[in-house]
Design a binder for this molecule. Structure first.
Ligand SMILES: Nc1ccn([C@@H]2O[C@H](COP(=O)(O)OP(=O)(O)OP(=O)(O)O)[C@@H](O)[C@H]2O)c(=O)n1
Ligand SMILES: C[C@](O)(CO)[C@H](O)COP(=O)(O)O
Length: 233
């Protein structure tokens, strides 16, 4: 039964990358011979169970059309003001041919391991419950300001990653409700929680980093070179 379910991927790639401080979006930074977005799409293309990939791109994006994505069956959709808007736009774009489940993965996370993605899919399908890749917090966590702080117990703290994987209709409804209630959600799981539903945490590699600031780009470039070396062994 589970083998004939359909899964679509959504790649939010419509951000401006303000925290990177460049004059062009970070998803088009090069790592080796490919852009960050191309690396991310090539990882998703290796996931056997993905039937279709939708990429949410800014209306004013002048870079996407220059990419050579002919080998990948990707569909461009228009992104929105916030990440959640970009994801919702992509879900609305597939309403006429809705998948059973949808997997949302940041364009800015090119280091994700395919094995982590397939594990997330299998865990969620086995338990028939949406979930996200997450990594257990490793540092001591503080809450506070520059002049007063307190330590937060970290035993149950996780850092949310992507992909985040949910039944299509469940996620569409949750994001529409979040928008109607003017709730700022920074990931899909937040919207699902706001709708009162549960989310599985599936442990994933902590080097599945989101390229956000210049130091992340330097680290991602090094980690990507290590991944390439490991593949060539
Ligand atoms: N309106 C938006 C904002 C973000 N994203 C995407 O969501 C992912 C994670 O968002 P983030 O790292 O915050 O990217 P930016 O919004 O571009 O970064 P910044 O907040 O520094 O501007 C990125 O792949 C980004 O392209 C999107 O599709 N649509
Ligand atoms: C979705 C996400 O990557 C999970 O950690 C994160 O919430 C994106 O946040 P951003 O502010 O849009 O980068």
């Amino acid at each position: 039964m589970m083998n004939n379910i359909t899964i679509a991927a959504v790649v939010p790639a419509a951000g401006v990358g303000a925290r990177m401080g460049l004059n062009h979006p970070k998803q088009y930074l090069k790592i080796g011979d490919k852009t960050v977005l191309e690396h991310t799409l090539s990882k998703l293309a290796k996931v056997p169970r993905l039937d279709k990939i939708y990429v949410a791109v800014s209306e004013t994006d002048g870079y996407f059309a220059e990419l050579d994505l002919s080998a990948l069956a990707v569909t461009r959709v228009t992104g929105g003001q916030e990440r959640a808007d970009s994801v919702l736009n992509a879900l609305l774009a597939m309403q006429n041919t809705p998948p059973d489940w949808v997997l949302v993965h940041d364009a800015a996370r090119p280091l994700v391991e395919v094995s982590d993605i397939t594990n997330l899919i299998e865990q969620c399908l086995t338990h028939q419950e949406g979930g996200i890749l997450a990594s257990k917090v490793k540092d001591t966590i503080k809450r506070g300001t520059s002049h007063s702080e307190e330590t937060v117990p970290r035993e149950t703290l996780w850092q949310a990653l992507t992909p985040q994987f949910f039944p299509y209709q469940q996620l569409l409804t949750a994001l529409q409700q979040a928008r109607q209630n003017k709730l700022q959600v920074t990931d899909e799981a937040s919207a699902i929680e706001q709708a009162g539903q549960s989310v599985r945490l599936v442990s994933g590699r902590s080097d599945n980093i989101k390229i956000t600031t210049p130091e992340d780009y330097a680290l991602a470039s090094f980690l990507m070179s290590q991944q390439s070396k490991a593949r060539s062994l």
